[in-house]
Design a protein around this ligand. Structure first.
Ligand code: PEP
Length: 263
């Protein structure tokens, strides 16, 4: 297991799946399943990232039942308010008690042409409203061939950190694009070596405190059978989980990785 003081974070990115009624049923069952298993939320935080339309229902359920799950949005507007049809502000997410927001997911970068400058502005918007940005970085298969494993993720992180103070609370998610939804995860060694490069970037940007405090997640075809390998690495503090986060048993098992591999 990771020998550091960072609280592990297992984050489920639902993408455009589960409406608000399905979300309520899923969150109830997930919370019960983890509670029945006496899951230690102080050791391993479990966060979900539902679609925007689910967030109010998720907020109400988690608050009413005092559940230990945390949650956030999958994206945020760079703007505060106004004529930006279809966008959702960081203020609105904060009002829904979101702790986190995913920024710069590769699907936003490729399907919505989001570049590093926009990602950086979204990070600023999140921080202005007390949200913890989960900054996604990662190289495509082509980038990997041309530039090797770390160059693109490091450059993306450097740009996202523009104007971010060293004291800011952020999470970094290393998600190689070729591993997302492909069933071809990075090996634990590959993920760790990029995590080391990302941690060095945090150190150069914000000093030792930022580097030692900030959680770095791995994402890309994470499953109950491979999570343990990542979590044994000293610089990997959790996972951003896509497909497997929609399968209750699989997600609960990933969250409980300490139990099935022994801590
Ligand atoms: C993701 O999209 O963030 C992701 C990691 O997806 P998957 O786990 O399905 O590869």
């Amino acid at each position: 297991m990771a020998v550091n003081k960072r609280t592990a974070l297992i984050a489920g990115n639902w993408k455009m799946n589960l409406d608000h009624l399905q979300a309520i049923a899923f969150v109830q069952k997930l919370a019960w399943s983890l509670k029945d298993a006496a899951h230690d939320f102080d050791a391993v935080e479990a966060a979900i990232f539902p679609p925007f339309t689910d967030l109010r229902s998720v907020q109400t359920l988690i608050a009413a039942d005092k559940l230990s799950l945390t949650y956030g949005g999958q994206d945020v507007s760079e703007h505060e308010s106004g004529a930006h049809t279809g966008e959702v502000s960081a203020a609105f997410l904060a009002k829904l008690d979101c702790r986190y927001v995913i920024i710069g997911h590769s699907e936003r970068r490729t399907q919505h042409a989001e570049d590093d400058a926009l990602v950086a502005r979204k990070v600023q918007a999140a921080l202005r409203h007390g949200l913890v940005p989960v900054i996604c970085v990662g190289e495509s298969a082509e980038d990997l061939k041309v530039h090797g494993p770390s160059a693109i993720p490091v450059a993306q992180l450097q740009r996202a950190l523009d104007s971010v103070p060293g004291s800011a609370d952020i999470v970094v998610a290393y998600e190689p694009v070729w591993a997302i939804g492909s069933g071809q995860p990075a090996t634990a060694d590959q993920a760790e070596s990029v995590a080391v490069a990302l941690r060095n970037t945090l150190q150069e940007h914000g000093g030792d405190e930022m580097s030692s405090r900030t959680r770095i997640l791995y994402g890309g075809s994470v499953s109950p059978s491979n999570i343990a390998g990542y979590m044994r690495e000293p610089n990997i503090d959790g996972a951003l989980v896509g497909g497997a986060s929609l399968d209750l048993a699989a997600f609960a098992s990933i969250v409980r990785y300490q139990k099935h591999v022994g801590s």
